[in-house]
Design a protein around this ligand. Structure first.
Ligand SMILES: [Zn+2]
Length: 251
C-alpha cells in the first residue's frame, strides 16, 4: 500500500531511558514511522507513547528543534531524554528553564512516595482526591513538578515539568526521583510534616515533656512540631537511616 497524499515518513530513534516507553520492536533501534502533514514533532513523539515531559533534546537532520517543529518527509529524527552528565548547554533544549525550587505534586496512587519525599524535605502536595484537571491546574499555578505513573496525564499540554515514575515500589520510586532531578545535594530531612507538608518548627524539650513517651524524651534532644496538626517529630534512628540510604542510592 502506498502513502496517501496527506502523510509522510520519517526515520526516528529514541535514546537511553526513553526506550522504556516504546513497543518492544522499536527499542534501541532507528525505525520508520508515518506522520500527517502539519503534525508537530511533539504530536509524533506522544503518539509513540512518550510523554513530552521526558524529552529534553530533539535533533532533526542534526539540528536541534523545538516541540513545535513541523515534520517534513524524509526527516531523520533523534530524541534524547534529560541528560545528567552530558553537557548540551550550547544546544536548544525543548523544555522551559528548570523550575527554581524543586516542588512536587503527586498523582493519587503515589501516597507512600509523597511521605518519603516530605521525609527528605521536599515540598510535596498530595491528596487522593485530586483529579487530573486539579493536578494539572495546581502544577501550573504553583510551578510544581508532576510525578505520576499515568502517561496520559503527563501528555497534557499544561504540564511543563513532570516525570513518569517507572517502579511500583515506593522506595525505588524515591531513588528514581532523586536521580532524575539530581536531588542528592538538596536533602533536608526533618523539616516537613509527613502528613501536612507544613514546615516543622523547633520546640524545646521542656515544652513536649508531657506529649512524648518517657523513653523518647530521655533518649533524644531535638524535637519539632507541626504547626497544623501538632504532631511531634524527633530525630531518631529512622531519620539517620533514611538520610544515609538516600545519599547512597538505596532505601
Ligand atoms: Zn502536620
Amino acid at each position: 500500500m502506498s502513502c496517501s497524499l496527506e502523510t509522510g515518513q520519517v526515520s526516528i530513534r529514541f535514546y537511553e531511558e526513553l526506550n522504556f516507553f516504546l513497543a518492544k520492536d522499536k527499542r534501541k533501534t532507528r525505525f520508520k514511522t508515518q506522520f500527517w502533514f502539519g503534525d508537530t514533532i511533539k504530536a509524533l513523539i506522544e503518539s509513540l507513547g512518550i510523554p513530552h515531559t521526558e524529552v529534553d533534546l530533539i535533533l532533526v537532520n542534526q539540528n536541534s528543534v523545538s516541540f513545535s517543529y513541523q515534520l517534513k518527509n524524509g526527516d531523520r529524527v533523534s530524541i534524547y531524554p534529560v541528560f545528567e552528565s552530558f553537557n548540551i548547554a550550547s544546544l536548544t533544549k525543548v523544555r522551559p528553564e528548570p523550575l527554581r525550587e524543586t516542588k512536587f505534586i503527586l498523582d493519587v496512587h503515589l501516597g507512600r512516595l509523597a511521605r518519603y519525599l516530605r521525609m527528605l524535605g521536599f515540598d510535596t502536595l498530595y491528596a487522593n482526591s485530586y483529579d487530573d484537571e486539579t493536578l494539572s491546574r495546581i502544577s501550573k499555578a504553583e510551578r510544581r513538578i508532576v510525578l505520576s505513573r499515568d502517561r496520559g496525564l503527563l501528555k497534557r499540554r499544561i504540564i511543563t515539568h513532570g516525570y513518569c515514575i517507572r517502579s511500583h515500589n515506593p522506595s525505588e520510586q524515591l531513588i528514581e526521583v532523586i536521580k532524575r532531578f539530581d536531588l542528592n545535594q538538596n536533602l533536608n530531612p526533618f523539616s516537613l510534616c509527613l502528613e501536612c507538608n507544613e514546615a516543622l518548627l523547633n520546640i524545646t524539650k521542656k515544652e513536649i515533656q508531657a506529649k512524648v513517651p518517657p523513653l523518647v524524651f530521655s533518649r533524644y534532644n531535638s524535637f519539632c512540631v507541626c504547626p497544623a496538626c501538632h504532631r511531634i517529630y524527633w530525630k531518631g534512628s529512622h531519620w539517620e537511616r533514611m538520610r544515609h540510604s538516600a545519599a547512597f542510592g538505596s532505601i
